[in-house]
Ligand binder design. Structure first.
Ligand code: SAM
Length: 244
């Protein structure tokens, strides 16, 4: 069964997304490792290596749709005592897992905020970096989320997005399709007890704009020097833009 989300009103889409992540929060990290064969760790480290927080300077990083904290922890591990990360997510169940994982290790250098990427409860021109990893695909109004990203970034700040993309290696595409439509929902059923949520995941990857089109949307939101690069044969891509 396929969902046909394009016919569903945007608010219903968000409600569906919220159900998915409330349902999988506790098993989310395990599922990522199983479904990607651990690759998501390398992709996330690749994203954070582009940030260069530095050990000495003050660096404020906002990670939107930050879920259980994977991106935030990497920035804090790479940065220094003046690196601070705000993890924002619409889903408290995900943030709760993140806060538990963080424990007391980062002290006051991390905070968790419940909020919507489309209407960030944060002031203008505040952050040196905005990241969103495997999150923008879930947001119903992508243009609005991009406008909000630009608003909260300082001039000179960087936007980075890690997201599933289009496989562009001959041969890999067929393997990837078989994997997506057969293996992932089964894994979802067995490990998270929820095949529907993981079927939704596969559908939402198909519906996300191509890398070129998404780059155009980032430019249309007012970002400069927009670029993108595929990782792992295009399974995922990192898009980058600057607020000048
Ligand atoms: N960034 C984390 C990672 O890479 O492991 C989590 C990614 S998870 C696939 C997607 C996250 O997006 C979920 O935690 C979900 O609650 C969050 N999300 C969905 N819609 C959102 C919205 N409108 N605003 C903020 N977060 C949202």
């Amino acid at each position: 069964t396929h969902f046909g989300f394009e016919r569903v009103p945007l608010d219903a889409k968000q409600a569906r997304v919220d159900d998915v992540f409330r349902s999988v929060a506790k098993r989310y990290d395990l599922m990522n490792d199983l479904m990607s064969g651990g690759l998501h760790r390398a992709w996330k480290s690749g994203l954070v290596s582009m940030l260069r927080p530095g050990r000495d300077r003050a660096f404020r990083h906002l990670d939107v749709a930050g879920g259980t904290g994977d991106i935030a922890f990497r920035t804090l591990d790479a940065g220094g005592p003046r690196t601070r990360v705000t993890v924002l997510d619409i889903n408290e169940a995900m943030l709760r897992v993140g806060a538990e994982r963080a424990g007391a290790r980062y002290g006051g250098r991390i905070d968790f905020v419940t909020g919507n990427a489309e209407a960030l409860p944060l002031p203008d021109s505040t952050f040196d970096a905005y990241t969103i990893a495997f999150g923008i695909r879930n947001v119903p109004r992508i243009e609005q989320a991009l406008a909000e990203a630009r608003r909260v970034l300082k001039p000179g700040g960087r936007f980075l997005c890690l997201e599933f993309s289009r496989v562009d290696l001959p041969g890999l595409d067929r393997i990837y399709d078989a994997y997506s439509f057969h293996v992932i929902p089964r894994l979802g059923a067995r490990v998270a007890g929820d095949a529907e949520s993981y079927r939704y995941l596969v559908e939402s990857i198909r519906k996300f704009p191509t890398p070129g089109r998404f780059a155009g949307m980032i430019e249309a939101a007012g970002f400069s020097r927009v670029s993108h690069r595929p990782l792992s044969g295009g399974i995922v891509a990192i898009h980058s833009g600057w607020k000048i």
